[in-house]
Structures are given as structure tokens and as C-alpha cells.
Design a protein around this ligand. Sequence first.
Ligand code: HEC
Ligand code: HEC
Ligand code: HEC
Ligand code: HEC
Ligand code: HEC
Ligand code: HEC
Ligand code: HEC
Ligand code: HEC
Ligand code: HEC
Ligand code: HEC
Length: 433
Amino acid sequence: MAKEEKPLEYQRRIRDTKGVAQRLDLGYLNRPRLLAVARSRLTWLLVAAAVAASVPLVLGVGGSRRAIANGPVSEAHDLLAQRCEVCHDRMFKGAPDRACQGCHDGAPHPARMMDRGKANAVIACAQCHMEHRGKAALAEVASNNCTSCHADLKAHASGVTIKAVSITDFRAEKHPEFSAGTMTDARPLRLNHAIHMPAQAKTVREMKLPMKCGDCHATDRNSATGVLLPVTFEQNCKQCHARELEFDVYHLLGPNGAPAPHTKDPKTIHEFIASAYRDALAANPAMVRKPLGNDLAPASNWLERVVKDSENYLFGRKCGYCHIMAAYAVVKPVNRIAGRYVETRPEGDAWFARAEFAHRPHRAVECESCHTAARTSTRTADVLIPTMKSCLACHGKSETGLDRCSECHLYHNRTLEKDRERRPVEELTGSAQ
Ligand code: HEC
Ligand code: HEC
Ligand code: HEC
Ligand code: HEC
Ligand code: HEC
Ligand code: HEC
Ligand code: HEC
Ligand code: HEC
Ligand code: HEC
Ligand code: HEC
């Protein structure tokens, strides 16, 4: 594997305007910038004169500033529709980057990587964010703005570290295969997907199969992007596998003996087992005369031995049904079952380090259409993350926005954005004056 630095920690994209607004410096409008102000006033005298002169020429409408623009400003900038000067400090010269940067950071590219100095060609904000193009959203950036560099990355940047240096489209051969396929799933938990989802319905010891994906992978209803809840023993396994925590090796507790709790702490389990037998003994003192295992004579240290043998049975024989054990009574860290397993990071990593994905916009699609191998997978080690092929039916050949690079990729590195101050709307629209 190439020597790449770890991708930055970063907040996944959620398409809400609240997030956008937070990053705006609305105070920019009121900041004293004497030169700029003087210049824009002067400009506006000239513009006003020009507008006044052109009124009869332009569609017969009144002196609206819109009349001389080559189209209305974009929807997102509607509230600036009458404030041309915030973008144009000199009329008819487009809008310089610094005008945009008065309100937006426009943080550098790449979105998720390490050495940001490497994208050395500077592109004007307005080249990607088309203004005066009717209602089209500003952030719908055309792919040719990306392939201008990515078709031949080395010609446009120095010290490139990513493998794919020529990407021209989201199609086979023109865009790299996702890296998840080359990864491993090393979670030390035995999970046989196939056994839980047989093609023919069947009942095993009152357990009804097949299960559905959603029985283990439920969607978090509070998540705007449709994040899946982590799989847990309590929520997703216990109802069928509680018997795997039964420890009563000598059948002393009878049908009322509860299985051990599923906990991280072997001491708690020890306490639970010891007190279960203490209680049973208190209720039935004659129990101490019961022979244990193959020993015919009752043991002198009866209670101690019952507890110890039960513990050995549980930790030695039962936990291993699901867990890979690191040592006696110690299971290897399984971590939160969500995302990609990394032993040292309990919260896991994203399977895509360099692209976005959200389940919610795809909720009409059957799980197996993308996770084609899940139903037949018998080992945890199988990686079930989709390959590019699963996306191509909809992304890449529809000739719609779904094909755009920016549908799946961020451009700006948001970890470098400033937390801007917020201002009243009157200041922004100028309506207080
Ligand atoms: C949010 C920023 C913004 C606002 C507000 C804005 N413009 Fe623009 N304007 C731009 C950008 C960016 C361009 C360059 C567009 C391009 O190159 O396609 C532009 C281009 C133009 C052009 C063509 C100039 C050229 O060099 O091609 C005119 C004319 C124009 N704007 C007039 C106006 C008028 C009049 C207003 C006020 C009603 C206005 N604009 C408000 C951002 C803005
Ligand atoms: C006076 C402040 C101001 C200036 C100057 C300004 N913007 Fe904006 N911009 C805004 C506001 C306000 C929004 C709307 C935020 C929201 O949706 O809540 C916005 C939204 C956007 C969005 C998000 C659009 C979307 O659909 O999510 C983009 C992209 C953007 N601006 C780019 C630019 C560019 C490029 C320029 C320079 C040509 C520019 N802006 C100049 C205030 C400004
Ligand atoms: C090569 C194309 C490109 C250039 C150049 C570019 N942007 Fe963007 N910008 C994007 C794309 C793609 C998105 C949507 C994905 C994202 O948010 O990273 C975006 C999103 C934005 C947004 C909305 C962000 C949000 O948080 O929702 C703003 C604001 C913005 N850009 C401002 C700027 C400014 C200011 C500049 C100039 C300094 C600039 N951009 C230069 C491609 C570009
Ligand atoms: C000015 C040239 C340039 C442009 C334009 C450009 N990129 Fe990049 N891009 C780079 C460079 C350089 C890297 C980093 C390569 C490295 O360090 O190995 C990169 C890295 C990336 C990466 C991998 C890292 C990450 O951020 O996740 C993605 C994905 C990416 N670009 C997508 C895009 C998209 C989408 C656009 C258009 C909106 C775009 N690029 C436009 C030069 C560019
Ligand atoms: C009995 C509960 C259960 C059912 C039913 C189940 N899963 Fe899983 N799944 C798990 C557990 C536990 C893990 C974590 C262990 C692992 O990494 O394999 C997991 C991991 C995964 C992963 C990520 C790990 C990887 O290796 O790629 C995907 C994707 C996945 N399941 C998809 C599905 C799909 C799709 C279905 C339905 C066809 C499904 N699962 C049904 C329990 C289940
Ligand atoms: C609806 C009941 C049900 C649920 C819930 C359930 N399982 Fe199972 N599981 C079964 C059945 C039935 C078998 C097959 C047992 C047999 O044939 O003896 C099985 C077998 C297994 C096996 C043995 C696999 C093998 O290869 O022999 C493991 C390990 C396992 N399950 C783990 C889990 C985990 C982990 C969970 C929770 C994420 C879970 N199961 C949830 C019913 C369930
Ligand atoms: C039926 C399968 C199953 C059995 C049997 C089982 N576990 Fe688990 N265990 C899980 C699952 C699934 C998780 C991960 C989700 C969670 O924390 O509930 C887990 C997590 C754990 C964790 C947390 C590990 C971490 O990364 O923090 C510990 C500790 C643990 N189990 C101990 C045990 C012990 C001790 C036993 C035997 C007494 C046992 N488990 C038996 C399924 C099982
Ligand atoms: C449109 C394709 C698609 C569909 C449909 C889909 N997934 Fe995924 N899923 C993905 C991709 C891509 C990833 C990896 C990227 C990521 O994790 O963000 C993923 C990741 C996962 C993961 C592992 C990461 C995690 O969040 O825990 C699980 C588990 C999973 N999917 C289960 C499901 C289940 C269950 C369904 C059906 C309810 C489903 N997926 C439907 C594409 C899809
Ligand atoms: C059945 C068609 C279909 C398939 C297959 C599909 N997508 Fe999508 N995808 C869509 C549609 C439609 C949207 C737009 C939904 C919207 O805007 O609300 C979308 C949106 C997205 C988005 C933007 C999500 C957002 O936050 O708005 C990403 C990223 C994405 N898809 C990635 C993928 C990946 C990766 C795959 C393959 C694993 C894939 N899609 C497979 C139809 C599909
Ligand atoms: C349907 C979603 C989708 C579309 C559309 C898309 N990509 Fe990707 N792209 C991905 C995924 C998923 C990855 C794999 C990310 C990972 O493995 O971390 C990726 C990886 C990349 C990488 C990183 C390559 C590497 O060597 O690490 C770059 C650069 C990139 N894409 C650029 C582009 C460009 C440029 C476009 C537009 C021509 C584009 N992508 C269109 C989903 C998409």
C-alpha cells in the first residue's frame, strides 16, 4: 500500500442549508472597508447612471438592477439580488474570489487529504459555482471542473499520492474501483450471514429463519442520512442465543436458572454465577450432597467447585460460539458494530475514506442489489461492501446530476473552515438602512 497519511477526521456531508449558513460571515457586509466602500459607491453612481440610461432599452421594465444582469442570481443568493456590489466591486468584470470569500471560506481542496498544498492550480470560485444561471443550484458543479485536473492529475499537481491519476468519468475503466474490495474485515466475532438467511424458511429450536437484514441492521430513525444502528447482542442476538450464556454445567438450577449477563466485566459474571448457586443452596441445603461430574463422592469445597466449573464451562466453551478469545475470560475487542473494524478505534472507520455515501437516498433499493454477497456470506472476513458495478445502473449513464463527481465527492476541506459569527438578517439584506 502506498505511504498515505491517515485521512482527516471529518464530519460527513448533510445537505442542509443550516450547515451552510453557519459557515457564512454575514458581518462581512458591515465591516468597514473604506476603500472598498468608496469604490463600490463610485461604481454604483456609474451603474445607476448606466441603468437609468438603459431603462427604456431593456424590455421596458423599470430601473431594476436585474435588467442588466445576464440572468437573476442563483436561488441561494436571492437575498443579495439587489446588492450587486457585494460580488461585483467593479461592474462587468465578473466576481473576484475575494468577494465570495468575504462571506464564504471556500476552503481548499482536497476534501479529505493530508497535503493540501498539492493542488497547485488555482481555479476561480465562479468557474465551478455558476452564477446568474437561473434557479440551478450553485453547488451543482459540473464534472469537467474536476476532470480538468483529474484526467491527468500529475500534470496539474506535484507530489500526488493517490493511485488513480487519470479519471475522466464515472464509468468502468474511467474511474477506479472502490478500495473497500482490497480491505479486510478482521472483526473477531463469528457471524455467518448465510446460516441466518437460508433460501427455504425453517424453524430451528423455535427460532424462525430466514431473518431479514433489518432484523440486525436497523436504520437510526433520528439520522437524516439514514445511518444504521450498531448491531448489539442485546438487541439483535439475545432473543435466539441467550442459551449460549447458560453456565449451569451440572444442571443444578433447573428450568428457572437464568443465563449469565452479557457484559464486559468477567467479575460481574463471576458474581452472578456465585450468587445463583448460593441462592439455590440456601433454598435447598441438601444440594451439597449431589455428586459433581464423574466424581461420585460429594466434594468438600462443593460450592467453590460448582462456581469454578461453571465459569470454566462458560468462558471456555460458550463465549467462543460468537467470540474469538484473547485469553481465558477475555474476548478480543469487537468494538461498535458499525463501519469498518479497526481494533484500536472503537468507533470504527468509514468504508469509503474518500467518497460520500448515505443509505437514506437509496432506501427504495433492496439491500442485496448493492450488498450482493451478504446473503451467501459464511465468514466475517468476507467484505460485503458494494463494488462500482452496483452503482453504475443509476450513476454514470443516466446523463443526469447523478453522474456528477460532486454527487459523491466533496471538494472543500471543511476541517479548515472557520466558525463564523452570525448576524441579523437586516444586516445581510441591507433592509435596516
Ligand atoms: C453572489 C454574487 C453575485 C451577485 C449578488 C451578483 N452577481 Fe453578477 N456575477 C457574479 C459572478 C460569479 C459572475 C461571473 C459569471 C460567469 O463568469 O459566468 C457575474 C457576472 C455578471 C455579469 C456579466 C459580467 C461578465 O464579466 O461576464 C453581469 C453583467 C452581472 N454579473 C451583473 C450583476 C448585477 C447587475 C447584479 C445585481 C442585480 C449582480 N450581477 C449580482 C456574481 C454575482
Ligand atoms: C454577502 C454574502 C455573500 C457573498 C458575497 C457570496 N455569498 Fe454565497 N451565499 C450567501 C448566502 C446567504 C447563501 C445561502 C446560504 C444558505 O443557503 O443558507 C450562500 C450560498 C452559497 C452557496 C451554496 C449553494 C447551495 O445550493 O448550497 C454557494 C456554493 C455559494 N454561496 C458560493 C458563492 C460564490 C462562488 C460567491 C462569489 C461569486 C458567493 N457565494 C458570494 C452569501 C454570500
Ligand atoms: C473545482 C471546483 C470548485 C472550485 C474552484 C470552488 N468550489 Fe466551492 N464547491 C465545489 C463543490 C463540488 C461543492 C459541493 C461539495 C462540497 O461542499 O465540497 C462546493 C461547495 C461550496 C459551497 C457550499 C458549501 C457547503 O458547505 O454546503 C460554498 C459556499 C463554496 N463551495 C464556496 C466556494 C468559494 C468561495 C470558492 C473560491 C474560493 C470555491 N467554492 C471554489 C467546487 C468548487
Ligand atoms: C486544481 C486541480 C484539481 C481540481 C480542479 C480538482 N482536483 Fe481533486 N485533487 C487534486 C489533487 C492534487 C488531489 C490530491 C492528490 C494527492 O495528494 O495524491 C486531489 C484529490 C482528490 C480526491 C481524493 C482526496 C479526497 O479529497 O477525498 C478526490 C475524491 C477529488 N480530488 C475529487 C475532486 C472533485 C470531485 C473535483 C471537482 C469538484 C476535483 N477533485 C477537482 C487536484 C484537483
Ligand atoms: C443475524 C444478524 C444479521 C443479519 C440477519 C444480517 N447481518 Fe449483516 N452483519 C451482522 C453482524 C454481527 C455484522 C458484523 C460482523 C461482520 O463484520 O461480518 C454484520 C456486518 C455486515 C456488513 C459490513 C461488514 C462487511 O464485512 O462488509 C454488511 C455490509 C452487512 N452486514 C450487510 C447485511 C445485509 C445486506 C444483510 C441482509 C441480506 C445482513 N447483513 C443481514 C449481522 C447480521
Ligand atoms: C432469529 C433467531 C436468531 C437470531 C436473532 C440470531 N441468530 Fe445466530 N443462529 C440462529 C440459528 C437458528 C442458528 C443455527 C443454529 C444451529 O443450526 O444449531 C444460528 C447460528 C449462529 C452461529 C453459528 C454459526 C455457524 O457457522 O455454525 C453464530 C456464531 C451465530 N448464530 C451468531 C449470531 C449473532 C452474533 C447474532 C446477533 C448479531 C445472532 N446469531 C442472531 C438464530 C438466530
Ligand atoms: C450469540 C453471540 C454472542 C455470544 C454467545 C457472546 N457474545 Fe459477547 N458480543 C456479541 C456481540 C454481537 C457483541 C458486539 C455488540 C455488543 O457489544 O453487544 C459482543 C460484545 C462483547 C464484548 C464487548 C467487546 C468490546 O469490543 O468492547 C464483550 C466483553 C463480550 N461480548 C463478552 C462476552 C462474553 C464474556 C461472552 C461469554 C460469556 C460472550 N460475550 C458471549 C455476541 C456474543
Ligand atoms: C445503493 C446501494 C446500497 C443499498 C441499497 C444498501 N447499501 Fe449498505 N452500504 C452501501 C455502501 C456503498 C456502503 C459503504 C459505505 C458506507 O459505509 O458509508 C454500505 C455500508 C453498509 C454497512 C456497513 C457500514 C455500517 O453502516 O454499519 C451495512 C451493515 C449495510 N450497508 C447494510 C445495509 C442494509 C441492511 C441495507 C438494506 C436495508 C443496505 N445496506 C442497503 C450501499 C448500499
Ligand atoms: C437505483 C438507483 C441507484 C443506485 C443503484 C445507486 N444510487 Fe446513489 N443515488 C440514487 C439517487 C436517485 C440519488 C439522489 C437521491 C436524492 O437526491 O434524494 C442518489 C444519491 C447518491 C448520493 C448523494 C447522497 C446525498 O447525500 O444526497 C451518493 C453519494 C450516492 N448516490 C452514491 C451511490 C453509490 C456509491 C452507489 C453504489 C454503491 C449508488 N449510489 C447506487 C440512485 C442510485
Ligand atoms: C456514484 C458515486 C461516485 C461518482 C459519481 C464519482 N465517484 Fe469518485 N469515488 C467514488 C467512491 C465510492 C470512491 C472510493 C473511495 C474510497 O475507496 O475511499 C471514489 C474514489 C475516487 C478518487 C480516489 C482515488 C484513489 O486513488 O484513491 C478520486 C480522485 C475520485 N473518485 C474522483 C472522481 C471524479 C473526478 C469523478 C467524476 C468524473 C468521480 N470520482 C465520480 C464514488 C464516486
